[in-house]
Structure formats: structure tokens, C-alpha cells
Design a protein around this ligand. Structure first.
Ligand SMILES: Cc1ncc(COP(=O)(O)O)c(C=O)c1O
Length: 406
């Protein structure tokens, strides 16, 4: 027998973290004390009261059934999401047709593509960018088009640089600020530019915002839907994964344009049958009562961020750190590209970081460090790096002043 697998899968590179996990497992099996700063997955547990709510609701047999009437998410969940957006961002959303419960925002990216594009349509995405966008576009038969995001532009795309023949075929666009991997944040002026650009070229926007709450140094928490006209051009995705340490729970939401929400709901209705009710009840509890847990996590990340930045500075790496996400986007030393520096760190210190090029060609010259590791492990990782690079490494030849080393 010769069983076939789909050609569309062949276009998709292996998922970054699958390869990384294999590398880490191999080293661990050889007895190496590996510290991974590569993956953005909080180690702190989900706050206890959220777990209690899940357990309580899981005991009710009513919650064991298909959520048949409410594939868009339970009414009470959508109402709570609307309330959360109103309180956190001053955005008004109707629970009836502008909110859809998701199994995480990653699922939303995929369903957005299935809902909005036809085979051969161009979909704009940033480079560097979250790898799942490219995979979703390719699985949906679209053509990814990378918009470079560079330090000198605050890691924002320059829409004027996109050729007209690309724009003619472009039907959708992914944006994500606070940005994975760069940590960059957008502002209201950028949102206005996005709305104008999307309207001018009939482009549906998927604003992926799972780090909306993870900001530092006075950076304002923003939703794309705060911009005038945003609901006309697209949807925002958000998630409980990062703010409430709930990555494994798989719960998020799509919000905004009612036409896109209806189309995504149609995809979902024919794919899965909604989110396990007890998880939705637990999410309601989180949104309603656990704001302090977000502040607590932010103070932990701020402390770790400082620790890493101070270490980097002591070994000669200084740069303007962007103000969002729990990642640091760090320039590589002169003479070493992203992969070489990543491999060098792994071989010399058993510290794993993500090579910038894993997020696109414009990630060259950077590595990404994640702060979602316990303090003591991060301290140990920094001590190893500092020991290895005890002597200040050579300054790089980067022309960009934001990537200055001293
Ligand atoms: C930019 C971005 N979008 C989406 C996700 C996935 O989030 P969720 O757990 O809600 O699916 C991640 C996770 O790392 C991310 O970095």
C-alpha cells in the first residue's frame, strides 16, 4: 500500500519547538543540565481559584455534554469577555455576534485563514513573526508575503514598501503587538495606519493580541479594537494562556467584525464543537476575579527582565529593550549569526535560546530569550553565560545604533 499524505503539509517547515524539544531531550538523556530559555510557556501554576472553579464545574454532569447551542462559546463566557474588554480597554463588543470562544488564539489564526481567504490569495505577515501564521496560511492554500519589521522602524511594518501587484492579490494580514519575538509594542497611530491601509486595499486584519497584558515600563495595554474603524476591517484574537498561566487549558477568543466572526464560527462548527464548559467557567472566574494574578506575574517578569538585561550589559551587550511580552530580542555578537550564537551558547553553557532566524530571515542577527523560567534557573543560566563571556566580547559591526554594543 502506498498511503499518501497531503502535499500542503510538505510546504510547512517542522514546527520550531518540536525540533528544539528533541534537541533538549537528547542532551538531557546524555546527563547534561540543560536550561531552556527558548519556549514562552509560564512555569508558575494557574492561580488556585481558577483550578477550583474548573473542578467544581467538572462535577456537574450538565457540563459533560456537547455545548450544542453555544458553539460560539457559552453566553455567560461571551458576556464576561465583553465586560473584560470594556473594563481593560474601553472597547464595546456585543456578545451576540462580535465574540467567539476559541481553543487558544493559535486556533483562531488557523480558522481566520479558512474563513477569509481563497486558494492563491496573498496573506501579509511580519518577518520576524510567530511561525504559526505561515503554517496557517499555507494550510489554507494562501501565499504568505513577509513584511520586514526592523529595529529602526520600531519593528513595525512599512505598508508603503509593499508592491502594488502584491497588494492586488492581498486579502488578509496578520499583525501581533506586543510582538513575538521582538517584544515591540504598537501605538494608536499605528492602528490608525492599519485601518486606513486595510480599507484602501480590502484586506481583512487578524490582530493577534495574546500578550496585550504583558507590558512593562509604563507601556499602555492596548487592543487594536480601540482604533476607530478597527471592527470594520478585522478581528482581534486574545487568550487566557499568557496572562493567567493557562497555556495548557486552551482557551481564547476572537473579537470584532461580525462578518468574520460568523465565518470563523462556521469553520468551528464544522471542526470542533466548542470548548469544554468547565474550562469556560474557569475562564470566567479568571477574567472576573484574577486581575491581581496578572500584576503578580508582571512583577516576576520585570524582575527577571532586569536580571537578564544586567547580565547582558555586564558582558557587553546593551540595547533598547522593547516593552512588551516575556521575551527579550537580543542582538548577536559580531561575527556570529543567529544560529552560530545559539549553538555556541548551547555547547558552552547548555543554555538553549531560540535563534532569531526561526522567526524569519529578518530575525538574522538576533536570539530570543524567554523569561518564563524559574528565577533560580534563570540566575544559573545568566551565571553560566557571564562566566563564559567574562571578557567583553568584540563589538559588532551593526550599523543600526539601536543594536549598539559597548
Ligand atoms: C503571537 C502568538 N500568538 C498566539 C500564540 C498561541 O497562544 P494560545 O495559547 O492562545 O493558542 C502564541 C504563543 O506563543 C503567540 O506567541
Amino acid at each position: 500500500m502506498n498511503l499518501q499524505t497531503a502535499d500542503r503539509l510538505k510546504k510547512i517547515p517542522p514546527y520550531l519547538f518540536v525540533e528544539l524539544r528533541k534537541k533538549i531531550s537528547r542532551a538531557k538523556a546524555e546527563g547534561v543540565d540543560v536550561i531552556s530559555l527558548a519556549i514562552g510557556d509560564p512555569v508558575e501554576p494557574t492561580p488556585g481559584p481558577i483550578i477550583d472553579e474548573l473542578c467544581l464545574r467538572a462535577r456537574d454532569p450538565e457540563n459533560h455534554r456537547y455545548p450544542t447551542d453555544e458553539e460560539r462559546g457559552m453566553l455567560v463566557f461571551r458576556q464576561e469577555v465583553a465586560q473584560w474588554y470594556s473594563v481593560r480597554y474601553g472597547v464595546s463588543l456585543h456578545h451576540g455576534n462580535e465574540i467567539l470562544g476559541l481553543i487558544g488564539s493559535k486556533e483562531g489564526c488557523h480558522h481566520f485563514i479558512l474563513a477569509c481567504i481563497n486558494p492563491g490569495d496573498v496573506v501579509l505577515m511580519t518577518d520576524p513573526g510567530y511561525p504559526a501564521y505561515r503554517a496557517s496560511i499555507l494550510m489554507g492554500g494562501g501565499e504568505p508575503y513577509s513584511m520586514p519589521i526592523l529595529a529602526e522602524n520600531g519593528y513595525l511594518p512599512i505598508f508603503e514598501d509593499i508592491a502594488l501587484q502584491v497588494l492586488r492579490k492581498a486579502r488578509a494580514m496578520f499583525l501581533n503587538y506586543p510582538n513575538n519575538p521582538t517584544g515591540a509594542c504598537a501605538d494608536m497611530a499605528f492602528f490608525d495606519r492599519v485601518v486606513k491601509f486595510a480599507k484602501a486595499h480590502d484586506i481583512a486584519v487578524c490582530y493577534d493580541n495574546p500578550y496585550s497584558e504583558i507590558v512593562f515600563d509604563g507601556q499602555k495595554r492596548l487592543s487594536f479594537l480601540m482604533a476607530e474603524g478597527a471592527k470594520e476591517v478585522g478581528v482581534e484574537l486574545n487568550s487566557l494562556s499568557k496572562p493567567y498561566n493557562m497555556t495548557g487549558w486552551r482557551i481564547g477568543m476572537a473579537l470584532g467584525n461580525s462578518g468574520i466572526i460568523a465565518a470563523m464560527s462556521k469553520v468551528k462548527e464544522n471542526t470542533d464543537s466548542g470548548i469544554f464548559n468547565p474550562i469556560q467557567y474557569a475562564a470566567i472566574h479568571a477574567l472576573k476575579h484574577e486581575g491581581a494574578a496578572i500584576d503578580h506575574m508582571l512583577s516576576i517578569y520585570a524582575h527577571r527582565r532586569k536580571m537578564v538585561l544586567e547580565t547582558l550589559s555586564r558582558i557587553g551587550i546593551t540595547f533598547d529593550p522593547p516593552k512588551g511580552t516575556f521575551y527579550l530580542w537580543v542582538p548577536t555578537p559580531s561575527g556570529m549569526n543567529s544560529l552560530e550564537f545559539t549553538n555556541y551558547l548551547f555547547e558552552k553553557t547548555a543554555v538553549v535560546v531560540a535563534a532569531g532566524t526561526a522567526y524569519g530571515q529578518y530575525g538574522e542577527g538576533y536570539i530570543r530569550i524567554s523569561l518564563t523560567v524559574p528565577d533560580d534557573r534563570l540566575r544559573e543560566a545568566m551565571a553560566r553565560i557571564e562566566k563564559e563571556f567574562g571578557v567583553t566580547i568584540q563589538p559588532p559591526r551593526h550599523k543600526d545604533p539601536k543594536r549598539r554594543w559597548i
